[in-house]
Design a protein around this ligand. Structure first.
Ligand SMILES: Nc1ncnc2c1ncn2[C@@H]1O[C@H](COP(=O)(O)OP(=O)(O)OP(=O)(O)O)[C@@H](O)[C@H]1O
Ligand SMILES: [Mg+2]
Length: 254
């Protein structure tokens, strides 16, 4: 079982889209996958077809010690893919957790009781607060999505510092899983410039699979489905499938 957090405190870089579509691709490749929504915006929860205002029990109840992990796990439209949903209530947990001694390790403790999954993906909010901290402590590795924009690299050193700090103080085995380029546009010169800069810094940690700017990836959440069930042979779908195969070490010679 591998626990991976898809983290970047920068908003809108494709964290949730990556969790949904990478998790769905791995599930369709036969892996048992659990996706965990750790964001009060609850976009992962709605992207997988749940009503974030009604879904209960959820990650909030789990973090507050009100339920066991199994009770918060929901099935999705993909048999091998399960979800621990979030709701906007989770915003309150940020404040409530502060009062607890184990405030940074609570998610880790909860996930430690789970078994039977090949992958657990954690989708944190766009901030380096107590929720993301719980995710970084619970995870074994980090995927950093970098979206192609003029400001793409801004904040990356802050994120790497936070990861190093967590590694030093709370989770010594935390490591970098990979760096994923998202919203890549071949027609835009900036895309290749950013790619080279990221590659220069992270070397072989940058995935060969690159996620293109693709409108179907942005539309799929409004249907409550991963893109693979909405736009089966689309470019966005294929790019996430390729990423899943790259993670599994399956060659993609199609
Ligand atoms: N490759 C892509 N091409 C086009 N649109 C995309 C792509 N990836 C994500 N999007 C869209 O961009 C927006 C931000 O993506 P997403 O929600 O995945 O980012 P995020 O990092 O999780 O955001 P937040 O920080 O708010 O949680 C969404 O509307 C999403 O549908
Ligand atoms: Mg998100």
């Amino acid at each position: 079982m591998k626990k991976i957090i898809v983290a970047n405190q920068k908003g809108g870089v494709g964290k949730t889209t990556t969790v949904v579509n990478l998790a769905a691709s791995l599930a369709l490749l036969g892996k048992k996958v659990l996706a965990l929504d750790l964001d009060p915006q609850s976009n992962l929860t709605s992207s997988l077809g749940f009503d974030k205002r009604k879904v209960s029990p959820n990650i909030y109840h789990l973090l507050m010690n009100e339920v066991q992990p199994e009770e918060a796990i929901k099935p999705t439209s993909i048999p091998n893919l399960k979800l621990i949903p979030a709701s906007p209530h989770l915003a309150g947990a940020r404040i409530e957790l502060v009062g607890f001694k184990d405030r940074e390790t609570r998610l880790k403790e909860k996930l430690a009781t789970l078994s039977g999954y090949d992958y657990i993906f954690i989708d944190p909010p766009p901030a380096l607060g107590v929720l993301t901290l719980n995710g970084l402590v619970a995870a074994e590795t980090v995927i950093i999505p970098v979206s192609v924009s003029y400001y793409a690299l801004e904040g990356l050193s802050e994120l790497l510092n936070a990861i190093r700090l967590v590694k030093r103080k709370l989770n010594p085995s935390l490591s970098l899983e990979g760096v994923l380029m998202t919203m890549y546009d071949l027609r835009v010169k900036l895309s290749s410039e950013i790619y080279l800069e990221v590659k220069n810094h992270f070397k072989e940690k940058v995935y060969q699979a690159v996620i293109p700017n693709n409108v179907k990836l942005a539309e799929a959440p409004s249907f409550g489905k991963p893109a693979i069930l909405y736009d089966k042979s689309g470019k966005g779908t294929i790019s996430y499938f390729r990423l899943a195969k790259e993670m599994l070490g399956i060659s993609d010679q199609l």
